[in-house]
Design a protein around this ligand. Sequence first.
Ligand SMILES: [Zn+2]
Length: 97
Amino acid sequence: MGLEELLEGFREQAVVDRPTMCKKCNIEYKYLGLGHYKCESCGEVVTDDYGKVRDYVEQSTEDVGVEKTSADTGVAVDRIRELIEMGKISLTKGGRK
Ligand SMILES: [Zn+2]
């Protein structure tokens, strides 16, 4: 495996941080959409970085900055920038989909 492939692998992992298994029940989470997952056995709902940021932006009434979003959601600034670059989220009301 070349260095490029290796780096690509890391990048992929960083981007796709989706929770996979419920540690309590040892079964796969069901994807509910928009960054939310649910364990159908114990009913636990988990949210990935995308879901956290999306929920936060969704409930905010005005444009929010990356730093504030990071502080309030606990998601790293770099990670938020990544999601914005990927076109997954927008922190401005006008650009929101
Ligand atoms: Zn469970």
